[in-house]
Design a protein around this ligand. Structure first.
Ligand SMILES: [Zn+2]
Length: 283
């Protein structure tokens, strides 16, 4: 981005940002921000078209890893809600303190708190001239999806999927090194193509080096019945979110049939074709 266009973007954002800071009611502030977006735009720099993407996918699909790799490749932040919440709590801000109190009671964080952390982060990114973002772990409800569509110029929602039996095997194969904290996967998956047109799936294990081997442990909740329950919950909760994005014509379904090294070369060209695309330019 040239310094002139960066300055232009800063100027363009000053009005909505000031409004945002001054208004305590979040929804009101977001509506105003959305109004500001119509003129300020997210991609004023033609040389750097925006990447405002959302990654969806069930637990175990590797969504966080794909989001992180793709974000790095395209030079945009990978914004994971879990990380934002942890950082906010660590910062000791008043919102962080409120969230800490909820978490310490073992309760789920109210949507309004998560929304605020997320939208503050997006607003800060725009102010600082970030090219966009890849969202991971947000939105979780249809209302959040609708709100996000109003406030951000989402160009693509990548919906990652993987055959359910593979998801279960992959989750059961997860291992954590107690010593260094690295994650590995001992599942060695090779499913032949199904008669009903399902593709062959080959996913070799991500083996631990010898120094980690003695320290590997399985997470207590990576048991088959727990995993199947998590997948069921995900299906129910993700459906309305997916539908909201499908109505906006933004969803691209991508079925994984191999590991990350084989998949990224297939995925990247597809994603590149969506750079700079807007919700109103449906494929
Ligand atoms: Zn280790």
């Amino acid at each position: 981005m040239t310094s002139a266009s960066a300055a232009l973007q800063r100027r363009a954002w000053r009005l909505p940002m000031t409004t945002y800071a001054a208004v305590s009611n979040l929804k009101d502030a977001l509506d105003r921000l959305a109004g500001g977006c119509a003129t300020a735009g997210f991609s004023t720099d033609a040389a750097q078209p925006s990447i405002n993407w959302v990654f969806l996918g069930p637990p175990g699909v590797g969504k966080g890893t794909y989001a992180s790799r793709v974000a790095k490749a395209f030079g945009v932040p990978h914004i994971a809600t879990g990380d934002l919440i942890r950082a906010e709590i660590k910062s000791g801000s008043s919102l962080g303190e409120q969230m800490k109190a909820v978490v310490n009671q073992g309760k789920l964080l109210p949507c309004a708190m998560v929304d605020q952390v997320l939208h503050d982060r997006l607003a800060r990114g725009r102010q600082e001239g970030e090219r966009g973002f890849i969202l991971d772990g947000y939105p979780r409800t249809a209302a959040q999806a609708e709100q996000l569509l109003k406030t951000a110029d989402i160009g693509l929602v990548l919906n990652l999927s993987l055959r359910e039996e593979v998801l279960v095997q992959k989750c059961m194969g997860r291992r954590l090194c107690r010593h260094c904290g690295k994650n590995y996967n001992v599942a060695d998956i090779h499913l032949p193509a199904g008669a009903d047109g399902q593709p062959e799936i080959v996913m070799p294990p991500l083996s631990a080096p010898p120094e980690c081997e003695p320290h590997l442990e399985t997470r207590a909740d990576d048991r088959e019945e727990v995993i199947r329950h998590r997948l069921e919950v995900y299906k129910q909760e993700s459906k309305p979110v997916e539908e909201a994005f499908r109505r906006a014509g933004l969803v691209v379904d991508f079925e994984l049939v191999a590991g990350i090294p084989e998949t990224l070369p297939r995925l990247m060209p597809l994603l590149e074709s969506y750079i700079g695309r807007h919700a109103n330019e449906r494929a």
